[in-house]
Design a protein around this ligand. Structure first.
Ligand code: HEM
Length: 270
């Protein structure tokens, strides 16, 4: 597995009031009126202007090239974009349009002025789609805000970073055990919890993708300050020294995800 990194200009933060005038790549935190997702990475892409800064009318090609810019495996970004841009269908809807999917985000006919299919980031949080309970940094849908960062969950997550290295690091195994604890908490406190194997797989894939994109190798994990930037500020950790990888295999994400899924497995088999 290749772990070459590409050198990139390091975007700086600005306090300019008009984010639309900022160069592509420069970080600007979202405003209250911007559309945002429950995914810290998609929000980071918008905050850096790699996709539309207001989080609206995002095209598939812009999302795919933004994911390429952060070094995500080609097959992973193609698969994610293909699913995301399907028209959303509710579970069990017999009248759902052909080609629609429960995991898709778009409305029927949701296109921009040029007739190109688009989506808005808030649609990524659709119920019974990709969004799920037992998140690292968001509350379960029925008991809190499933879209935005919860400071309490965030602080607990930060406590999971191992202490070695400069500021500490997030290892796959620590995150797996943390996911198990979060599941136990949700099971005990959320009577409306929806969490089965598909949701478990999604949660573990998110941890795996973080390791693949931001990790410094399996044993070094992801530096704590990278997690702080991405989850805490929805910012890509360029300032902290991160450089996107040049090449990544989907297999790598899959292997990490299986490893996490096994260690974090919360269900009884019998
Ligand atoms: C088209 C691309 C993507 C889509 C549609 C997407 C979608 C989502 C969704 C729906 C969630 C919410 C899950 C929940 O309820 O907790 C989520 C969370 C998350 N995503 Fe993404 N994602 C994308 C790309 C990525 C990438 C490339 C990474 C990592 C490098 C990533 C990392 C995460 C993480 C770590 C979370 C968990 C946040 C939490 O548990 O609090 N995502 N994503």
């Amino acid at each position: 597995m290749t772990t070459q990194r590409r050198t990139q200009p390091q975007p700086t933060t600005t306090t300019s009031l008009d984010p639309l005038s900022l160069p592509r790549g420069e970080y600007h935190a979202a405003s209250a009126t911007d559309s945002r997702a429950p995914c810290p990475i998609m929000n980071s892409l918008a905050n850096h202007g790699l996709i539309s800064r207001d989080g609206r009318n995002i095209t598939k090609s812009s999302l795919e090239s933004a994911l390429a810019e952060i070094g995500l495996a080609r097959t992973a970004r193609a698969a994610l974009c293909s699913i995301s841009f399907k028209v959303h269908a509710d579970e069990g809807d017999v009248n759902a349009p052909k080609g629609s999917s429960r995991l898709g985000f778009r409305e029927v006919g949701q296109v921009n002025g040029d007739g190109v299919e688009v989506l808005n980031l808030d649609q990524v949080g659709r119920a019974k789609g990709m969004e799920h309970d037992v998140s690292l940094s968001r509350r379960d849908r029925e008991v809190g805000d499933h879209m935005r960062l919860d400071r309490g969950l965030y602080e607990r997550l930060m406590g999971v970073a191992t202490k070695e290295g400069r500021g500490g690091a997030f290892k796959l195994w620590s995150l797996a055990f943390h996911r198990r604890t979060l599941y136990a908490d949700s099971k005990a406190t959320n009577p409306h919890l929806i969490f089965g194997v598909p949701q478990h797989a999604a949660g573990c894939l998110e941890v795996a993708a973080m390791q693949a994109v931001f990790g410094k190798g399996v044993f070094k994990g992801v530096p704590r300050e990278y997690y702080e930037a991405v989850l805490g500020e929805e910012r890509l950790p360029y300032r902290e020294g991160w450089k996107p990888r040049r090449f990544m295999l989907l297999l790598e994400i899959a292997v990490f995800a299986i490893f996490v899924a096994v260690l974090a497995w919360p269900f009884s088999l019998f």
